[in-house]
Unconditional design. Structure first.
Length: 278
């Protein structure tokens, strides 16, 4: 089976508290975007899985996909093993959810191949990752609690993003740990009303900027250059700005000349998981 699985953007992120499990309660409006990893998955006749990241070999032995397979074997009747090949295009430690997206796609694919019922979202958040249920659900949604409560959220109009991915990543754990110490939840300082019902903000921005001051300097310089608001997705380090059309986003991209950053235009999509014909 060949699949594409998307990245995501957090339009907002409220951090509520830390749980005993060390997961954090959140509330976040998340949307899938058309930046994809590609995965090939099929059964093998061996007694172990073969997982290879074609262009990021250091992930091969410690990816979220490993956790997904362990979760399936611990909570279902899965007794098959698989060859899994990942063409990694979503940057890691960028706040784009690439690892969670890959794990979700593998879980959904194996459930289809082997006719399995997936474990409960509460189990998946604890054993695999808090963003994985969002990608299994696949649609724009408000994600609550520790990631296990998903409420579909319809955004009728198109949204185009200018996405700026720095050369450095940020550890989600490090950002949340610092948030625990500073408890920064002031949304008014850096919020923006996208629509009557949706406000963009991010409680993780302050701890992310303290860990990596380059985020603030990059954000400020792009805002000055474009005359547009710039935001951070998830726990960083990716920044984004929002436009009404692809042409406007592309024009903004053409104005940015910053070395060693990946800059791209992306669009909100309807569903994060797509099966491809061979």
């Amino acid at each position: 089976m060949k699949i594409k699985t998307s990245a995501k953007i957090n339009l907002n992120l409220a951090i509520k508290s830390s749980e005993v499990s060390h997961l954090h309660r959140i509330e976040s409006l998340m949307v899938p975007i058309d930046l994809y990893d590609e995965i090939n998955i099929d059964r093998n006749s061996k007694d172990n899985d073969s997982i290879i990241f074609k262009n990021n070999l250091e992930l091969t032995n410690h990816s979220t996909i490993h956790k997904a397979l362990v979760c399936l074997r611990n909570n279902t009747d899965l007794d098959n093993f698989f060859n899994i090949r990942i063409n990694k295009k979503i940057p890691i430690e960028a706040g784009l959810g690439g690892g969670s997206s890959d794990a979700a796609a593998v879980m959904v694919s194996i459930s289809k191949i082997c006719d399995l019922q997936l474990p409960a979202f509460s189990t998946i958040t604890k054993e695999v990752g808090s963003d994985v249920p969002f990608f299994i659900n696949g649609r724009s949604a408000v994600v609550k609690n520790v990631g296990d409560k998903i409420e579909d959220y319809n955004i009728a109009h198109d949204i185009f993003f200018l996405i700026i991915i720095p050369t450095f990543g940020l550890s989600t754990k490090a950002v949340f740990n610092l948030w625990d110490r500073i408890q920064n939840d002031d949304t008014a300082a850096d919020s923006f009303p996208l629509t009557r019902d949706v406000t963009i903000f991010n409680h993780a921005l302050e701890p992310a900027m303290r860990l990596k001051p380059e985020i603030k300097s990059l954000k400020d310089s792009i805002e000055k250059l474009l005359g547009e608001r710039v935001f951070m997705t998830g726990t960083g380090s990716t920044l984004f700005s929002i436009f009404d059309s692809e042409e406007e986003a592309a024009d903004a991209k053409s104005k940015i000349n910053i070395d060693n950053r990946l800059i791209l235009v992306a669009k909100k999509i309807d569903y994060s998981y797509k099966e491809l014909s061979d």
